[in-house]
Write a protein that binds this ligand. Structure first.
Ligand SMILES: NC(=O)C1=CN([C@@H]2O[C@H](COP(=O)(O)OP(=O)(O)OC[C@H]3O[C@@H](n4cnc5c(N)ncnc54)[C@H](O)[C@@H]3O)[C@@H](O)[C@H]2O)C=CC1
Ligand SMILES: O=C(O)[C@H]1O[C@H](OP(=O)(O)OP(=O)(O)OC[C@H]2O[C@@H](n3ccc(=O)[nH]c3=O)[C@H](O)[C@@H]2O)[C@H](O)[C@@H](O)[C@@H]1O
Length: 432
């Protein structure tokens, strides 16, 4: 099939590369000419396992191309919209990119046009896109389907190729047949394509993200309760997860959720509730707990040291989670700003997110090449992202290098008993 993808960020690029890899001819359109040039040269501007190989392989095979000219989408049988929907001033999703891209597309199309909206957009946006496109080009025979994306950063290619489900919101038989055919190679096992009306599909996306965020905040509350009562959240987590009705996923407490989606999507859903006269109290509490959690490590440090003025804090992990270089809404930002705000010096290390950190912190913090360089002479170590390479360091060496052997572990990567045996003052999340 001939496919166009408008917006070549995380979602658009992964979708485009995976659709090309299943034999389609895909053109990716992006307004950012620099990004387009890099991609056309086979350089992938984001760190995503397996993505660069897919882009190069399918580019070389002539199935995947990049352009900033939306006219390239004129002949596509399906056009995906995958542009960003950032947080607007009042917390609602800002649809400027989506509507602008839709308008641009309407100008270059004739006849039947199927738009599949991959961007996360509030309920009713499909209808808005339809109105905008028909205003620009009343002659279009137009279907606008909702096709929300559920991939996780760091595992985006695998999630796209082996989805738990594909959600397609459309009432048009023609759109249903085209999208069903396109996704068939990805759902060959028992995983379903769920067809539904567009509004339900749009809301499914927000409800799923909000549910996952809720589980995390709930566990962060339980972790705090563990700290107050002497229980161990890791045992509580296992005891809860063993119940098949609860399951183990997304029950890890930590320094709060970050990333480009949970924070903005929870806010946008609260805004949708507000517009409908509904106060979504659970989600407001989810947000409050998340902010408290992002501040928890610095509070623990203040309790330990009294004051942080003049201390050297080492921070392991900058990305909002492992296997990505993305620092959008990363807990590390809140942690490091908190430390700087209290007069500490900060030295940080991340296997891939240093460039992202430099864009935020510039030279307000030091950047270390390795975990060991990072802790040399430090008064405290903060573990903020659970990269694999942080799990089994030479802890005796870490202790030797540090000025004070104090660890604030925001991801519970170490065993508290062993840490104490080694002589560390060790603070985890919800563990005695
Ligand atoms: N990042 C993720 O893991 C996931 C994101 N989503 C949703 O997918 C959407 C896209 O997210 P990301 O890929 O992370 O965004 P992104 O910010 O990485 O990429 C968006 C791209 O769209 C381009 N763009 C903006 N306006 C344009 C226009 N008028 N014409 C052509 N290109 C244009 C930008 O230059 C940028 O390259 C958002 O709605 C997000 O909520 C959904 C699931 C997962
Ligand atoms: O809409 C989106 O963009 C995506 O948002 C999330 O994906 P992502 O933000 O890439 O990453 P997650 O793995 O969900 O992690 C989000 C945050 O939650 C935190 N987290 C996750 C799981 C957990 O048990 N505890 C926890 O604190 C992570 O550290 C991270 O900061 C969803 O998992 C995807 O299904 C969705 O498509």
């Amino acid at each position: 099939m001939r496919i166009a993808v408008i917006g070549t960020g995380y979602v658009g690029l992964v979708a485009g590369a995976c659709l090309a890899d299943s034999g389609n001819e895909v053109v990716c359109v992006d307004a950012d000419a620099r990004k387009v040039r890099a991609l056309a040269d086979g350089r992938v501007p984001i760190f995503e396992p397996g993505l660069e190989e897919l882009v190069r392989k399918n580019g070389a095979a002539g199935r995947l191309s990049f352009t900033s000219d939306v006219a390239a989408a004129a002949e596509a049988e399906v056009v995906f919209l995958a542009v960003g929907t950032p947080e607007g001033e009042d917390g609602s999703a800002d649809l400027a990119h989506v509507l602008e891209a839709a308008e641009g597309l309407a100008r270059v199309r004739e006849g039947y046009t199927l738009v599949a909206v991959k961007s996360t957009v509030p309920v009713g946006t499909g209808e808005r896109i339809r109105r905008v496109m028909l205003q620009v080009n009343p002659g279009l025979d137009l279907d606008v389907a909702s096709n929300p994306e559920f991939m996780k950063e760091g595992a985006a290619v695998a999630d796209f190729q082996k989805p738990d489900r594909v959600v397609i919101g459309t009432l048009s038989e023609r759109a249903r047949a085209l999208l069903g055919e396109l996704y068939a190679p990805f759902v060959r096992t028992e995983k379903p394509i769920l067809f539904m009306d567009p509004r339900s599909a749009e809301l499914t996306k927000y409800a799923a993200n909000a549910m996952l965020a809720t589980r995390i905040s709930f566990m962060n509350d339980i972790a705090l309760l563990c700290e107050r009562t002497g229980a161990d959240v890791d045992l509580v987590r296992k005891g809860m997860g063993a119940d098949a009705r609860i399951g183990y996923s997304f029950l890890f407490p930590g320094v709060g959720y970050g990333g480009s989606c949970f924070p903005k999507d929870v806010k946008a859903l609260i805004a949708t509730g507000r517009e409908g006269g509904l106060d979504l109290e659970i989600l407001k509490a989810v947000e409050r707990t998340n902010l408290r959690q992002k501040r928890a490590l610095v509070q623990k440090a203040v309790r330990h040291f009294g004051a942080l003025e003049g201390l050297l804090a080492a921070v392991w992990g900058l990305a909002f989670k492992p296997r990505t270089d993305d620092m959008r809404e990363a807990p590390a930002i809140e942690v490091m700003e908190g430390l700087l705000g209290k007069g500490a010096q900060v030295r940080c290390h991340d296997p891939v997110a240093e460039p992202a950190a430099r864009r935020w912190f510039h030279d307000r913090v030091e950047y270390a090449r390795s975990i060991y360089d990072c802790v040399e002479g430090a008064d405290a170590l903060f573990v903020v992202t659970e990269w694999n390479q942080f799990r089994k360091p030479d802890l005796r060496k870490v202790k030797r290098l540090m000025r004070h052997p104090v660890i604030f572990d925001g991801r519970n990567v170490f065993d508290p008993a062993r840490m104490r045996e080694l002589g560390f003052a060790y603070y985890a999340i919800g563990r005695p």
